[in-house]
Design a protein around this ligand. Structure first.
Ligand code: NDP
Length: 500
């Protein structure tokens, strides 16, 4: 599966038939309005297909199908081992179709085929498998009482879950949310991002093939202002999980308070620091961590470590090494397995990233490489950009760029670096490089964020909760056993006995 060439992937791309309709109540169907929107390949600017543009009427139909399925109980009240079997079958089907799904996702998003294969061949099925395996090992509790009562504390699926997705990890984010929601027994109305609807739509058919009853998973492609808002405001959707911008996250809290007070799980990105302490070894591992921290997935990553704090005394050495690595990055055709970075996801997003680069230049940071688009190719490409002389008050050091930009901020005192790192409204992630365990723990404790990685850039794995402090999110967490809790509610059953 991993030995195919660009020519092979292009042949697979040419043979794909794209799912273009909404999936509601167990069947593909056009939007009730008949409207469609063009789905564009950002590597070529070519239109791939025209996808159903769902709005509030379609969300109503999807929520009704989801409610009907939930109330019928075939999934929501099934024994956990039944749900487990279906999720394990779904994991197997995703593995079987991984190449097809990865090529589809690469065309849809501009992500590299290598990343798509890794995410869809490994991580996505692992999510369905992990939560499938978890659900028949999750026990309730018995509260202490006298002998005249038995108090059971049980968990029940919350009902219909609304899931609104971003475009940066389309199928992976779908799996992050769907696997725990389905394992819990919920029915789902899922809206993929308008830029990347294809793999979630394809997944719906695979889930049906795995045995998921009709109506349990409904996928409504469309725009945020129509389909997304309708999910947020819907009176018969019981919980929402949203990943995307802080601005839209705020709207979801408003939608909740304007409708049925549904709980809202938010994952809203960040402005994460990468802190190199003066005892760190600036070796290949550190340099490749630094570059992936800022530029993996074209920097379109909520935990991108764009702000890199480097001791003044080590800055030249650091810049030399990082510059060489960035210059060597292979940017190009996402279907070429040797490509390390594709285009930005869309024209709008490319313009947004270029706007940030211009702001950096205007405010006095100096570009060491990159700094603009590629003039010699179609598509939404941005040159990987390294900025020196960044000050932490600059726009590029405060706002989420979501593009291939790495900014170096020199410091003279580690406590000063810590204070600058903390001076943000976000709190998703941080990386610290040091050889000193005491300093590592000091920084890990003081950094106000959901994940602190020491001596590597990592977001943890399926077993470790992922989510934000402050404006990076809410109390909800993705991954690990925590994610399941978002889709469950707690009931006490108190059984009184007159005989004991
Ligand atoms: P958005 O927050 O706008 O989009 C995320 C999801 O929310 C999409 O499905 C979108 O729909 C939907 N949405 C948009 N507007 C509304 C609305 N009014 N009501 C309900 N749902 C809505 O992110 P963008 O795609 O515009 O990206 C902008 C910035 O957001 C990025 O540059 C980045 O900084 C941040 N972001 C963060 C992500 C993260 O992982 N935390 C992921 C993506 C973006 P649609 O796009 O289909 O119209």
């Amino acid at each position: 599966m991993l030995n195919e060439t660009t020519t092979d992937y292009r042949a697979i791309a040419a043979s794909l038939s794209f799912p273009v309709d909404a999936y509601i109540g167990g069947r593909y169907q056009p939007a009730k309005s008949g409207k469609r929107f063009d789905n564009v390949n950002p590597a070529t600017d070519e239109v791939l297909c025209a996808v159903a543009s769902c709005d509030a009427d379609d969300v109503d139909a999807a929520a009704a199908a989801a409610r009907k399925a939930f109330d019928a109980g075939e999934w929501s009240r099934a024994a956990p081992e039944t749900r487990k079997e279906v999720l394990l079958r779904l994991a197997g089907l995703v593995r079987e179709h991984a190449v097809e799904l990865a090529v589809m996702e690469s065309l849809d998003s501009g992500k590299t085929i290598t990343d798509c294969l890794h995410e869809i061949g490994n991580e996505v099925p692992n999510f369905f498998q992990w939560y499938g395996e978890l659900i028949d090992k999750s026990f309730g509790k018995v509260a202490p009482t006298g002998e005249n009562a038995l108090a059971l504390i049980v968990k029940e699926p919350i009902g219909v879950a609304g899931i609104v997705l971003p475009w940066n990890f389309p199928l992976l984010m779908a799996a992050w949310k769907l696997a725990p929601a389905l394992a819990a027994g919920c029915s789902v109305v899922l809206k993929p991002a308008e830029q990347t609807p294809l793999t979630a739509l394809r997944l719906a058919a695979l889930a049906a093939e795995a045995g998921l009853p009709d109506g349990v998973l409904n996928v409504v492609p469309g725009f945020g202002e129509t389909a997304g808002q309708a999910i947020g405001l819907h009176g018969d959707i019981d919980v929402v999980s949203f990943t995307g911008s802080t601005e839209v996250g705020r709207l979801f809290l408003r939608y909740s308070s304007d409708s049925n007070l549904k709980p809202v799980g938010l994952e809203l990105g960040g402005k994460s620091p990468f802190i190199v302490l003066d005892d760190a070894r600036i070796d290949d591992h550190l340099v490749s961590s630094a570059v992936s921290a800022a530029m993996w997935n074209g920097g379109q990553n909520c935990s991108a470590n764009m702000r890199q704090f480097i001791p003044q005394s080590r800055k030249e050495e650091y810049l030399d090494r990082v510059l060489a690595r960035i210059r060597a990055l292979k940017v190009g055709d996402p279907l070429d397995p040797s490509t390390e970075m594709g285009p930005m996801v869309s024209r709008e997003h490319q313009e947004r990233v270029l706007g940030y680069i211009e702001a950096g230049i205007r405010e006095g940071a100096s570009v060491l490489t990159g700094g603009g688009p590629f003039d010699d190719r179609p598509g939404r490409y941005v040159k990987p950009t390294l900025f020196d002389s960044v000050r932490h008050q600059m726009t590029i050091a405060r706002e989420e760029i979501f593009g291939p930009v790495l900014g170096v901020i020199a410091y003279s005192d580690p406590e000063e670096a810590l204070q600058m790192a903390l001076d943000t409204s976000y709190g998703l992630h941080a990386t610290v490089f040091t050889q000193d365990i005491d300093r590592a723990l000091h920084f890990a404790r003081r950094l106000a964020c959901g994940t602190v990685a020491i001596n590597a850039f990592t977001e943890g794995d399926i077993k470790t909760p992922f989510g934000g402090y402050r404006q990076s999110g809410s109390l909800a967490r993705d991954n690990g056993t925590e994610a399941l809790q978002q889709y469950l509610q707690t009931k006490t059953i108190w059984i009184a006995s007159r005989q004991a």
